[in-house]
Design a protein around this ligand. Structure first.
Ligand code: ADP
Length: 319
């Protein structure tokens, strides 16, 4: 393979830039021309493509967001959209594509591979919801952003003796809430994968209050329900002053952590290795600190569950 493309797609995640840098530099290292495709699959269809040089990815390893920008592109879900994308790459002689994104983006990559155009998926999403990898690029940074916010909220919660409900991202996946709950010492963690009895939550807050705790922190993944609603219910039930913070898109931004930069660098490089071996339809990941690859569809068909022993531990530690 002499020419490859790289794009970022779907929800952005800190560390995507480090992954793009890795793909570009690793490709050039091996004498491959690397093309950056802007605005994800939309840019692919439109031919918004530029040849990358070593310097094109200079000074981005520490930046959040994605230099290549991203988009959601409904047209790409159609056969015609995918064929247009392939045509654009063929015009430039591009023979393989690295797609950095979440599960939706991976499905697009698989479709291109089925149409004869080899693609490799690199998992970039803060949700840590992709099977076949222990961690996705961006998860660690988002987690640290949450922890930073919770620690600050804890200061004011203690000063005022308040209960705080903090809503974090995770529509279908509870990893962010679960890891945040454990590392921030939350009383309760509510995740989509585990139904929690509301009265258990109330009981835990009450027990803490009765033994003189001046604050309670409850972390709710957005997929479980609105943090505002939970705060209201708890206030009504316990008559304790309750506040809510919805962290929202702050969780998507910021300089990637060292962990995410290293992960992105390793996974981006592996994607180039696979294309050089003539492989497509694969996703890369990290399992037990080893870089691995799997068939994209087989991986996506597996259900990724959070580590439930961590959930149990969070309950035991917030006794
Ligand atoms: P993420 O990659 O973060 O999960 P999305 O689910 O929004 O984000 O997917 C990003 C883009 O990937 C979509 O806008 C679309 O262009 C493409 N895509 C998603 N699902 C498919 C599919 N089944 N077939 C082809 N392309 C898809």
């Amino acid at each position: 393979m002499k020419k490859i493309g790289v794009l970022t797609s779907g929800g952005d995640a800190p560390g995507m830039n480090a992954a793009v840098r890795s793909v570009v530099r690793k490709g050039i290292y091996h004498g491959i021309e690397v093309y950056g495709i802007y605005y994800g699959y939309q840019g692919l269809i439109n031919g918004d493509i530029e040849k990358m040089e070593l310097g094109s990815v200079g000074d981005i390893i520490h930046r959040g967001g994605t230099k290549l920008f991203t988009s959601r592109c409904p047209e790409f879900k159609t056969d015609e959209g995918q064929m247009k994308g392939i045509e654009q790459m063929k015009k430039l002689g591009i023979e393989g594509l690295v797609v950095i994104g979440g599960d939706g983006s991976f499905r697009g990559a698989k479709k291109l591979t089925e149409k004869g155009f080899p693609c490799i998926g690199v998992p970039g999403t803060i949700d840590n919801d992709i099977p076949g990898t222990d961690f996705t690029i961006g998860f660690d940074t988002a987690l640290n952003t949450i922890i930073d916010a919770v620690d600050k909220i804890r200061d004011t919660a203690t000063s005022h003796e308040r209960t705080y409900v903090i809503e974090v991202m995770g529509r279908d996946a509870g990893d962010l809430a679960l890891w945040a709950g454990l590392s921030a010492g939350a009383e309760s963690v509510l995740i989509p994968e585990k139904k929690e009895d509301f009265h258990d939550i109330v009981d835990r807050v009450k027990r803490g209050h009765d033994r003189g705790k001046r604050h309670s922190i409850i972390i709710v993944a957005e997929g479980v329900g609105s943090g505002v609603d939970y705060a209201k219910k708890i206030q009504t039930e316990l008559n304790l002053e309750t506040r809510v913070t919805v962290l929202g898109h702050t969780q998507r931004g910021g300089s990637p952590t060292a962990f995410d930069r290293v992960l992105a660098s390793r996974l981006g490089a592996k994607a180039v290795d696979l294309l050089m071996e003539g492989k497509g339809g694969r996703m890369v990941g990290i399992q037990s600190n080893q870089v691995v690859d799997h068939d994209i569809l087989e991986a996506l068909n597996l259900k990724r569950e959070p580590e439930m022993s961590m959930y149990q531990l969070s309950l035991e530690l917030s006794i």
